[in-house]
Design a binder for this molecule. Structure first.
Ligand code: SF4
Length: 70
């Protein structure tokens, strides 16, 4: 079976230290609020965003972002 299911993004916002790496990596998926804390623009982005999201997960120094698989 090749169906990997939809990508669903989870944020542990309380751990965000507002460095903005997620926004740089995946600007269609993440934004920052006025305090620099991450905001999720798209909790279920298309498969085409997967590399950018994985890059954001790798670059986030505070382990805020994770993926759930339904
Ligand atoms: S990269 Fe991580 S710590 Fe930095 S703003 Fe994004 S979620 Fe927050």
């Amino acid at each position: 079976m090749s169906d990997v299911g939809a990508m669903r993004i989870l944020l542990d916002v309380d751990k965000c230290i507002a460095v903005g790496q997620c926004l740089l990596a995946a600007p269609k998926v993440f934004d920052l609020d006025d305090s620099g804390i991450v905001v999720l623009l798209d909790s279920m982005p298309p498969e085409s965003e997967r590399p950018a999201v994985m890059n954001a997960i790798t670059r986030c120094p505070a382990d805020v972002i994770s993926l759930a698989q339904d």
